[in-house]
Unconditional design. Structure first.
Length: 202
């Protein structure tokens, strides 16, 4: 976590880092039941969204989620990882006894994007990029953005702080409060794979 970065604006914040090893997430993605839920979500274009951990009755009524064999170990590892990030940046006092509430993958092709949305006021959300297209250095190629502060006349914050956006990189992790509005720009050619976690207070 030595290269991680904290961006703050108007009581909102994002922690950004690049993980060293995510082989466990690649394995998890291979195990995920490929039932596409994107029609029920904010994902648009040529993509699929696969839930693999969600106790919500909404999803249970649609399909029976299949638990991946490696999920319990991954769940424990990333719960501890996120708690360590929050502790490092002194955000842990806001979020005691965190546990992953839901988890899913989004696999996008050319033209796919996420419309602006938030994940409720429950706790913390996490996005991890496990695969990004070649030539991802273009800011238009699936960049993720966050609406941290919507007042353009507030001179206290730089425009990047008010609405930061990041070019996806493999192994990139972003941690932020669930209520922060975010979305992605349409991506270019190739495949982009993301794993996301929503946390809740136990």
């Amino acid at each position: 976590m030595t290269n991680s970065q904290l961006i703050e604006c108007n009581n909102n914040w994002i922690i950004v880092d690049k993980l060293k090893n995510i082989e466990d997430l690649h394995k998890l993605i291979d195990e995920v039941d490929r039932t596409d839920y994107s029609q029920y979500t904010t994902a648009y274009g040529n993509c699929e969204q696969n839930f693999f951990h969600n106790p919500s009755p909404f999803w249970g009524n649609k399909h029976e989620l299949k638990i991946s064999p490696s999920w319990p170990e991954v769940k424990s590892k990333y719960e501890n990882l996120i708690k360590n990030y929050l502790k490092e940046y002194k955000k842990d006092f806001l979020y005691d006894n965190l546990a992953i509430k839901s988890a899913w993958t989004v696999i996008g092709e050319e033209g796919s994007y996420q419309a602006p949305h938030e994940h409720g006021n429950d706790s913390v959300s996490v996005v991890i990029y496990t695969k990004v297209p070649d030539k991802s250095g273009s800011i238009d190629n699936g960049a993720i953005y966050f609406v941290m502060h919507s007042d353009p006349y507030d001179g206290l914050y730089h425009p990047f702080q008010r609405m930061p956006r990041f070019i996806p990189e493999e192994n990139m992790i972003l941690i932020f409060p669930s209520w922060v509005i975010h979305g992605t720009l349409p991506q270019g050619k190739g495949k982009r794979t993301v794993i996301s976690f929503d946390f809740t207070k136990e």
